[in-house]
Ligand binder design. Structure first.
Ligand code: HMG
Length: 387
C-alpha cells in the first residue's frame, strides 16, 4: 500500500517584520540575525488573524483543487491553540464547508504535532484507502519582547492531504523515534509567550536528531548516502545547519551546508511556524528543486519537551506539474511591512482572552477572526466560495 502526501499548500500572516528593523531597534549587528540565526524576517498575524484563519487559508486551495470526497478526518496540529477544549480542527472544518461525516481533532506536542498528525493520517488511510485525511499545521511563534528568542518568532500554516497512491510523496513505513522529558521550551497555560532555555533547546534538538537516526538504523535503516535531500524542523535556519553538522559527524558523512539551502527559502522569510516549519521546508524544496523525481527525502521533526521523528519519503515523478512557487513567492511578497512600534503594540494586544470584542478588519486572507461574543471566538469568510 502506497500512502503519502497528495498535495500541500501554504499560508502565513498579513504583516512582515524585517529583521534589519528589529536589529536597529535592539542595537544588534543585523548579521547576527541574517548569518548567526539564518533569518531575514518574520510574519506577524494581523489583529483579525490567528492559527485558525491561517490554517483554513492553507487548506482552502486543497479543497478547491480536490473537493471534499473521502475526507473523513481533519487533524489540526498546533502548539498555539486558542481554546483549551474545542479543537481548531472543528472550527476549520466548519469554515471550509467540510461534510459533517468527519472527525476533527487537535494535536499537540510542541513543533512535533504536524508530524504526529501525518503519521496518524498515514495509519487512517492504510486502514481504508478510500479515505483521505486533511492535515493542517498552523502556529504563531511568540516569545517575550526584548528576549534572545524574539528574532526567532514567526507565523505560518501548511495544509496537506494524505491519500493512497499520492501524487507528491510516498512516505516510507520505517521511521526513527526519540522522546525525552526535557524543559527546553514550554508554554504554561497562563502565558501567551513561550518560556525557553535556548542553549538547552539547541542541544536537546541535536540529541533528538541523533537518537531518531540511531533508532531508524536499529530498525534496518538506510545508509546516509541513500538520502538525497534533508529537511529539518527550522526554528531558525541555522539550527538545521547545526543539527545536520552534528549528524554528519555522527555518521561520518561529508557536510555540505549548501545542500540544505533550498529548504530554507520560505522559513527564512516567515520565521518559526512551529508545527508547520518542516512542511514549509518541504514546500520550498518541492517548489524550487528541479531534480527530485524518485529522490528520497529525509524529514526530521523536533518538538521541544521533547519528541523527534525522522521519516523518509520518495518524491513522485511528475511533482513538477504540481508546483506553486510563484504563488508562495506572491504570498510572501504581498505581506504588509510592519514597523517595530506597531509590531510591539500587536504583540502586547495579542491574546486568547474571552472578553467580548470586535476585531478591526485588516487581513486580505480568505478568513477573518472577527471577534469574541459571549466568550466564543467568531470567524468569517472574507470572499465568496468559488464554484
Ligand atoms: P542568542 O543569545 O542570540 O545566541 O540566542 P548567540 O549570542 O549565541 O548568537 C547566535 C549565533 O549568532 C551564534 O552563532 C553567534 O556566533 C552568531 P553559533 O555559535 O550558534 O553558530 N552571531 C553572529 N553571526 C554573525 N555576525 C554577528 C554575530 N553575532 C553573533 N555579528 C538562541 C540564540 C537560539 C538561543 C535564541 O534565539 C533562542 O532562545 N531561540 C528560541 C529557541 C530555539 O529556537 N531553539 C531551537 C531548538 S528548540 C526547537 O527547535 C523547538 C521550537 O521550535 C519550539 C517547539 O518545538 O515547539 C523552538
Amino acid at each position: 500500500m502506497r500512502v503519502g502526501i497528495h498535495d500541500l499548500a501554504v499560508a502565513t500572516g498579513h504583516h512582515v517584520l524585517d529583521l534589519d528593523d528589529l536589529a536597529a531597534r535592539n542595537g544588534v549587528d543585523p548579521a547576527k540575525y541574517h548569518v548567526g540565526l539564518g533569518q531575514d524576517a518574520f510574519s506577524v498575524p494581523a489583529a483579525d488573524e490567528d492559527i485558525v484563519t491561517m490554517g483554513a487559508a492553507a487548506a482552502l486551495p486543497l479543497i478547491e483543487r480536490h473537493g471534499t470526497d473521502g475526507i473523513r478526518t481533519v487533524l489540526f496540529a498546533t502548539e498555539s491553540g486558542v481554546d483549551q477544549s474545542k479543537s481548531a480542527a472543528v472550527v476549520a472544518h466548519g469554515l471550509l464547508g467540510l461534510p459533517s461525516t468527519a472527525r476533527a481533532v487537535e494535536l499537540k506536542q510542541a513543533c512535533y504535532g504536524g508530524t504526529a498528525a501525518l503519521v496518524a493520517a498515514l495509519g487512517i488511510v492504510a486502514r481504508d484507502p478510500r479515505e483521505r485525511v486533511l492535515v493542517i499545521a498552523s502556529d504563531v511563534a511568540r516569545y517575550d519582547l526584548d528576549s534572545a528568542a524574539e528574532p526567532t518568532q514567526g507565523a505560518g500554516a501548511v495544509a496537506f492531504l494524505v491519500a493512497a497512491d499520492p501524487d507528491l510523496i510516498e512516505i516510507e513505513p520505517a521511521s526513527g523515534l526519540f522522546s525525552a522529558d526535557v524543559d527546553d521550551f514550554w508554554r504554561p497555560n497562563d502565558r501567551s509567550t513561550a518560556l525557553v532555555d535556548g542553549r538547552l533547546s539547541v542541544s536537546a534538538y541535536v540529541d533528538a536528531l541523533l537518537g531518531s537516526w540511531d533508532d531508524l538504523a536499529d530498525r534496518g535503516g538506510i545508509a546516509p548516502a541513500d538520502i538525497d535531500r534533508w529537511l529539518h524542523h527550522q526554528p531558525f535556519t541555522k539550527m538545521a545547519l547545526k543539527a545536520h553538522r552534528a549528524w554528519s559527524k555522527h555518521v561520518g558523512a561529508e557536510f555540505d551546508e549548501t545542500e540544505l539551502a533550498t529548504g530554507f527559502t520560505y522559513n527564512r522569510r516567515t520565521g518559526n511556524s512551529y508545527t508547520a516549519s518542516v512542511f514549509l521546508a518541504l514546500a520550498a524544496l518541492l517548489d524550487l528543486d528541479d531534480d527530485l523525481d524518485g529522490r528520497r527525502l529525509a524529514l526530521f521533526s523536533y518538538g521541544s519537551g521533547s519528541v523527534g521523528e525522522l521519516l523518509t519519503g520518495i518524491v513522485k515523478p511528475g511533482y513538477r506539474a504540481l508546483r506553486r512557487a510563484g504563488q508562495v513567492a506572491g504570498l510572501l511578497d504581498a505581506r504588509v511591512p510592519i514597523s517595530v512600534d506597531d509590531y510591539r503594540e500587536l504583540h502586547a494586544a495579542t491574546s486568547t482572552s474571552s472578553e467580548a470584542r470586535q476585531n478591526p478588519a485588516v487581513t486580505t486572507g480568505p478568513f477573518r477572526f472577527t471577534g469574541v461574543e459571549a466568550g466564543a471566538r467568531r470567524y468569517a469568510r472574507t470572499e465568496p466560495t468559488p464554484n
